[in-house]
Design a protein around this ligand. Sequence first.
Ligand SMILES: [Ca+2]
Length: 220
Amino acid sequence: MITSYYHDPAIDVTLTEPKSLDIRLKLPAHARDVQFIAWNKARREPYRTERLKVSRWAESERYAYYRINWTCMEPSVRYLQYTFKFSMNGGTLWLNEDGLHEADEMPGKGAFEFPYGSDRDAVHSPSWIRDRVWYQIFPERFRNGDPANDPEGTLPWGTPPTRDNMMGGDIQGIIDKLDYLKELGVNALYLNPVLRRNRIINTTRWTISRSTRNSAHWKI
Ligand SMILES: [Ca+2]
């Protein structure tokens, strides 16, 4: 009976480039015929099952250490599954995510999984975002720049906020304070949520620009 086994996939991130995987396996010293078997989970893309013999890397009196550097992943394969097969004490064993199984055939489920992301899974930030100094604003509570657009029931500025009360803050209030924000070194604003008359609206693009050159006037 096996009382100790350990598997270390060496990395715990999703790869976006065809790099190799360094996989290590520690087994009792008398384990033999270790194989690494990998296949495409989705099976939508053509990908043959790999069956690779894993060589013994190091050993001690009680344990054997196996290691395989696997470089055969294909970028189109999004989710790989793999398992280890080895023989010991006359039986065939499978090491899976959910433990050890003694069986002649590979278990139908429970294999290790490895998300091999494609480029479409990666986050691509625009170049302009890298030197931004962000300032997050809740417009309704930042500044009331135009009392004429206050929703019904707007309370005096400075009233203790609750989940539901309204203070009348608006985009004009932000515009009024753009120079102040600039003095702080802020060069990007993150507004949330933007409300239209106390109703949350879906994503909308607003453009704010100077209305006249060299002035403190802004338009939206
Ligand atoms: Ca207002």
